[in-house]
Design a binder for this molecule. Sequence first.
Ligand code: IPE
Ligand code: IPE
Ligand code: MG
Length: 244
Amino acid sequence: MTQAVTSLPAMPRHVAVIMDGNGRWAEKRGIPKLAGHNAGMLAMKEIIKRADIIGVKYLTVYAFSTENWKRSKEEVGGIFNLLVKYVASELAELHENQVKVRILGDYTEIPDAAVKSIEKALDTTKDNQGLQFNIALNYGGRREILQAVKEISSQVAAGTLKVDTITEETISRYLYTGEENDNLPDPDLIIRTSGEERLSNFLLWQSAYSELAFTDSLWPDFTPEEFEHIVRAFAGRKRRFGGR
Ligand code: IPE
Ligand code: IPE
Ligand code: MG
């Protein structure tokens, strides 16, 4: 009988990543920002593979925030074109590897071509049981909570929900990570690249007890090795959840 396995520290079940630094990466090289976003897509492909290999069950990436619309039309359009290109070239392999894709955010507001390719990815991978890969797209944590409050309020107004019965679980159920996406577990670990140490409106409710890890690496430079290193370091952290 081998008992060593039980002494291995637990891997985080859900890792979320704020993929930041594409613009600075491009700027450093004197090339267009979109080339940075393209390099960022390539980095993401490698991180998905490594997450799967090391046994992370849920991987969530922050790809586009509700605030990112403030950027130029060219940049925003370019990011969504890259997404379409990514899905076209990667969907077959993701599906082959049993990856299930979900979108967190109001993706219906993005350009039609991107909506179409997303819906294809969701549909193709809907029954897959492997890595659960969530893309936060047109995602905003405050907006997510706001729309949950609105839905809960209308249930109360319609008499189908009693105020006294509203719990934290009720709120969780109405978030993008809730019932519409099979009630995903909260992230155990959130990693942000590029040296910025803030959440930028990412998973505000769900991150209440997440461990946070920051690295100066710009997203296109972020390697699977560094990802694995951070994830394994997490396994050694003690989470107390307010207890002793
Ligand atoms: C992150 O890279 C990708 C998106 C927000 C879409 P940035 O484009 O924010 O890169 P920096 O922060 O300008 O370096
Ligand atoms: C956060 O990065 C959003 C994504 C990575 C998609 P930003 O670059 O938009 O965040 P701020 O503006 O530095 O807070
Ligand atoms: Mg940024």
